[in-house]
Design a protein around this ligand. Structure first.
Ligand SMILES: Cc1cc2nc3c(=O)[nH]c(=O)nc-3n(C[C@H](O)[C@H](O)[C@H](O)COP(=O)(O)OP(=O)(O)OC[C@H]3O[C@@H](n4cnc5c(N)ncnc54)[C@H](O)[C@@H]3O)c2cc1C
Length: 392
């Protein structure tokens, strides 16, 4: 793979909206990606393996629990810093960002928000340091966009719960130490349970043959009469709103992360357009190529503004789930379109692993599907503006 020469586009001087701390956090993540991710990521994506050696680095840049309070090992940062870290990591690879998103927003967040003090103290510091990697089990083979229909269930056996069922498409599953699993009790109410590796009847087979997010490990979570200690139930929130609250946090991070992937594709195409000569000119001199680049930087700038404003609203507690849906949908769609256009600008070279664009392009096919598909987020916006529910 070519050396990482990335220069971040900032067409509207958005740096002026950031504090010194934001810039420090962002620049540290950017440098780390250049040093520790870019040189190895293509090889790991090609062999479909998560590069476990970067876990310590992810923890050091604050990617595991950026906004979790420091008393629990988190970085204690604000929502904009969280977004910027996700942007920089996904600039390197969406699969690596997925690992960080799951750990922070889907595992640490529910333990912090819905757990008790004993659970916070037991799990959060080890997750923040990367000693333990977690996974989040919501999706099932027959319940993806409609997680409320889940059949994974647990029964109260007096001194413990008995968990049965299966989860599918679970990021980090093959090597997770713990899983936050959403299951129905005997009354059909959804609760979160912390399942630990080593519990009898719990297995995590890996999903193979993915053409997307190849540097992220995906698998199943299978529960065959797993005895769960009662203290592993998250006590402070139940119902579908509990997992959806986690998804709000993760989707917000994705809205920023997608900008990173788009920036990398744009920057690569821009540089290539000035170097690649055809018909005696750099291809960047042709109007058709300039149109592509002009549209890319316009869309990136709009997405940056959307993410920044959403971050401010997240920070002051006013962002709605529907506003988060809009940003996730728009920004991932923006990134996937830019990856496609950028790939074309590189001609044949664009399909090789010499450049990052094809990998981003394939990764974004997962990003546009997970955490609510493109169409589901559109329906959420539709419901929000009309008050009419297309899901029913
Ligand atoms: C690489 C990867 C990693 C993932 N990681 C995790 C994870 O860590 N944890 C986890 O719990 N899940 C995870 N997922 C699962 C992901 O969230 C689901 O794939 C996603 O929610 C879609 O569900 P589905 O694949 O079952 O598609 P389906 O729900 O079957 O949807 C198929 C199509 O039908 C459309 N559709 C569905 N319902 C409607 C409707 N009412 N109106 C109009 N169109 C509709 C969808 O938009 C989609 O286009 C991951 C997925 C992938 C690919």
């Amino acid at each position: 793979m070519k050396p990482d020469l990335f220069e971040a586009p900032d067409y509207y001087n958005l740096d002026e909206l950031l504090t010194d701390e934001h810039k420090l956090v962002r620049d540290a993540a950017r440098e780390w990606v250049k040093r520790d991710v870019s040189p190895i990521i293509e090889e790991y994506a090609q062999k479909a393996e998560f590069p476990k050696q970067i876990i310590g680095g992810l923890a050091e840049i604050g990617a595991f629990g950026p906004y979790i309070p420091m008393e629990y090992g988190g970085a204690g940062l604000d929502q904009i810093s969280y977004g910027l870290i996700m942007q920089e990591i996904e600039r390197g690879d969406s699969g690596v960002r997925s690992t960080a998103s799951v750990q922070s927003s889907l595992v640490m967040y529910p333990i912090w928000k819905y757990g008790n003090e004993a659970q916070r103290n037991k799990y959060l510091p080890k997750l923040a340091s990367g000693e333990w990697i977690g996974s989040f089990g919501l999706t099932e083979p027959d319940h993806g966009s409609n997680p409320g229909g889940m059949t994974t269930n647990f029964k109260d056996m007096g001194d413990h719960y008995l968990l049965n069922g299966a989860k599918m498409w679970i990021s980090n599953a093959p090597f997770c130490e713990i899983a936050v699993v959403w299951a129905k009790n005997e009354e059909g109410r959804i609760h979160g349970l912390i399942v630990e590796r080593g519990m009898e009847g719990f297995s995590t087979p890996e999903t193979h043959n993915k053409w997307s997010l190849r540097a992220s490990a995906t698998g199943e979570l299978i529960f065959d009469n797993v005895k769960i200690p009662k203290e592993n139930l998250l006590p402070n929130k139940s119902g579908l709103g509990a997992p959806l609250g986690c998804l709000d946090s993760a989707r917000y991070g994705i809205a920023w992360g997608a900008i990173g992937a788009a920036m990398d594709c744009y920057d690569t195409a821009l540089r290539y357009s000035k170097e690649r000569m055809q018909f005696g000119k750099p291809i960047g001199q042709f109007q058709l190529q300039q149109k592509k680049l002009a549209e890319m930087i316009t869309e990136i700038t709009k997405a940056q503004l959307l993410a920044w404003r959403l971050g401010v609203m997240r920070e002051n507690g006013t962002a709605t789930s529907a506003q988060i849906s809009m940003a996730k949908r728009n920004n991932v769609d923006m990134a996937i379109n830019i990856a496609r256009e950028a790939r074309q600008m590189l001609g044949g070279m664009g399909i090789t692993g010499e450049y990052s664009i094809m990998r981003h392009s394939m990764n974004l096919e997962s990003v546009i599907t997970y955490e609510g598909t493109h169409d589901i987020h559109l329906l959420i916006t539709g419901l929000d503006v009309t008050g009419l529910n297309a899901f029913k």
